[in-house]
Design a protein around this ligand. Structure first.
Ligand code: AMP
Length: 283
């Protein structure tokens, strides 16, 4: 496995492979790799000739007061996991390689970025869209792999790819969970043991909403109430949002028809967790 730190090296690698007709897959991450990332890498490995993983804690997607400085950066174990999974290139640039002093461009996917996570994390998705555009331009992959865990992010990236004709296939992998249902996340490591025991409440609330839809409830506000009631059973939890929305536009639904997504974000102490569940309302 090659570890590349400069953007030039990454684009040289990609250009050489393109000349040979090699199918390239890219898995963008912020490192602190866990089994959720591992399945994305395996999925990429299974359908591409060459796999690049980026490990970059992107400062532009963190707001003031967020966890940029304390975000875990266990580079040696990340590299070991990538090696184990047969990754060809690990791209781990320093921030100044991605954002040199004269850097001044921002990519924004406007409407999709404003809701939900965007309401709680101003500029977050502009940071994501900008770094993803750079990573895709440098790697020029045929396929790129994202997790459903960050549903809004995956939808924003899908729209970005379509809007500016990036010509890469987006593969969205289902969320990988711990045994008790908690979605795997690098941020779970911040939870104290007591908070960790509480954390599955988010998935349980989303599942309660899904059970409601499966039982024939179609009113968006009733489904929201069911989810909120479940989450509020834990007094240490603050709900940022629990909602039912259109699976593509992410607009909140007053009535559920066809496919929809239940999105949720809660805070337990200083830790913020997000999750989602797809639902389908049968006629
Ligand atoms: P991150 O390092 O948290 O930015 O995540 C990098 C990629 O891994 C994103 O596409 C995430 O959606 C995906 N990912 C993170 N956690 C999970 C999980 N539990 N299951 C599936 N994909 C995940």
């Amino acid at each position: 496995m090659r570890i590349l730190r400069s953007t030039r090296r990454l684009s040289d690698w990609s250009q050489a492979l393109h000349r040979e007709g090699v199918i390239i897959g890219l898995v963008p991450t912020m490192g602190a790799l866990h089994d959720g990332h591992r399945v994305l890498i395996r999925t990429a490995r299974a359908s591409c000739d060459a796999v690049a993983v980026s490990v970059f804690v992107n400062p532009r997607q963190f707001g003031p007061g967020e966890d940029l400085s304390r975000y875990s950066r266990p580079f040696r174990s990340d590299a070991a996991l990538c090696r184990q999974e047969g990754v060809d290139v690990l791209f781990a640039p320093p921030p100044e390689a991605m954002y040199p002093p004269l850097f001044q461009t921002s990519i924004s996917v406007h409407r999709l970025s404003q809701r939900w996570e965007g309401e709680h994390r101003a500029d977050h998705f502009a940071g994501v869209a900008t770094v993803v555009t750079k990573l895709l331009s440098l790697t020029r992959p045929h396929k790129t792999f994202f997790g459903q865990k960050d549903y809004q992010q995956a939808i924003v990236v899908g729209q970005l790819i379509e809007d500016i004709n990036l010509g890469v296939k987006l593969v969205i992998h289902p969320t990988v969970r711990e045994q008790d249902g908690l979605a795997m996340s690098s941020r779970n490591a911040y939870l104290t043991p007591a908070q960790r025991r509480t954390a599955p409440i988010l998935y349980q609330a989303l599942l309660a909403g899904k059970e409601g839809v499966d039982a024939g409830i179609r009113s968006g506000s009733r489904i929201r109430t069911i989810m909120l009631k479940q989450a509020s059973a834990q007094p240490t939890v603050t709900v940022d949002y629990l909602t039912v929305c259109h699976a593509k536009t992410l607009e909140p639904l007053s009535r559920v028809r066809g496919k929809a997504v239940l999105l949720g974000a809660i805070r337990i102490g200083r830790v913020r967790l997000i999750d989602n569940v797809m639902v389908k309302a049968r006629q």
